[in-house]
Design a protein around this ligand. Structure first.
Ligand SMILES: Nc1ncnc2c1ncn2[C@@H]1O[C@H](COP(=O)(O)OP(=O)(O)O)[C@@H](O)[C@H]1O
Ligand SMILES: [Mg+2]
Length: 286
């Protein structure tokens, strides 16, 4: 049995990014020493003892985050976010299913599964379309297809990839290109919001691609939808991304369950790391 020390709060990380530095600094500011663990440390289940501890999951890799959460959970810990939230949030198809079940608007999507052969169906789509695998981040493998030939070649390139999930493609109606809104929800409250724009010539607005961000003032609908979106995945910490259709309507494009927030803190001045730490402490005291 590897008994961890008696820390009641753990942060699980593999690489300390600005976000994790800020989170650790917020614990220190409050005079608290927390344990640090990571996927490399948690290899020999079921030998750990996280009994009664909260394990804040900050692993960058989706797979690592899910496994660490499950192992923490198995030994009596409480991962934040929970294992099931991480599994759903890291998969766009599972996420859309959870959002749609809750009645939230999602991008109209057609799914080309791993064994997709019905290429004639693609002719019926209205182009351009957005194409993306169900698992991924930072805009990787997210493409726009202007016609059915391009779409077919994107799907057939995907079919040659080794990873089963990367063979699957979500084909979506586009919303406004080059801009989206990130809503950061912690413990059921919307704490910060920004509008992101892709850099010149880039229609994807991911902060990782170097776009510009500025604060965004959410109206009641945006606030309600982002909170509901987080709730629909039982996400205690969530980066909810909204895409607008240019006619005043919006839909939920994604729920990030180990969300980055460096760009959001810079754009809005909101202490996101502080809000996460306050939430974890509140939960630990309950
Ligand atoms: N249906 C869509 N309509 C308009 N823009 C989109 C659509 N889907 C994705 N994008 C753009 O591409 C970016 C990356 O896509 P996203 O689905 O968020 O994947 P990732 O998980 O890689 O961030 C989004 O931030 C958005 O700017
Ligand atoms: Mg995204």
């Amino acid at each position: 049995m590897v008994a961890h020390d008696k820390s009641l709060i753990w942060v699980s990380l593999d690489i300390k990014r600005v976000e994790e530095e800020c989170i650790m600094a917020e614990f220190t500011k409050r005079g608290l020493k927390v344990g640090v663990t990571g996927s490399r440390e948690l290899k020999a289940m079921p030998h750990y003892d996280f009994k009664g501890s909260i394990v804040l999951i900050r692993n960058m890799s989706a797979v690592n985050s899910i496994y660490v959460a499950a192992i923490a959970d198995a030994s009596g810990g409480v991962p934040v976010n929970s294992t099931s939230t991480l599994v759903i949030g890291h998969d766009k198809i599972l996420t859309y299913a959870a959002l749609a079940k809750r009645g939230l608007k999602i991008p109209r999507s057609f799914i080309a599964l791993e064994d997709f052969r019905e290429y004639e169906d693609l002719e019926k789509l209205k182009f351009p379309v957005i194409v993306k695998p169900p698992i991924g981040s930072w805009g990787r493998l997210v493409s726009v297809a202007k016609n059915s030939n391009t779409l077919k070649s994107i799907i057939s390139h995907g079919s040659l990839l080794e990873t089963p999930h990367l063979k699957v493609r979500l084909i979506q109606e586009p919303g406004m290109l080059g801009v989206d809104v990130r809503c950061f929800v912690v413990g059921g409250s919307l704490i910060a919001c920004m509008e992101r724009r892709g850099p010149p010539g880039e229609w994807r607005s991911n902060a990782a691609l170097g776009g510009a961000a500025r604060p965004y003032k959410p109206d009641c609908d945006v606030e309600e939808a982002s909170i509901k979106a987080a709730e629909s995945l039982n996400a205690e910490i969530a980066g909810v991304d909204l895409i607008f259709d240019g006619k005043g309507e919006f839909y939920v494009n994604e729920v990030n369950v180990v969300p980055e927030f460096k760009a959001l803190m810079k754009a809005t001045g909101v202490n996101v790391a502080g809000a996460i730490v306050d939430y974890v402490l509140w939960k630990a005291r309950r």
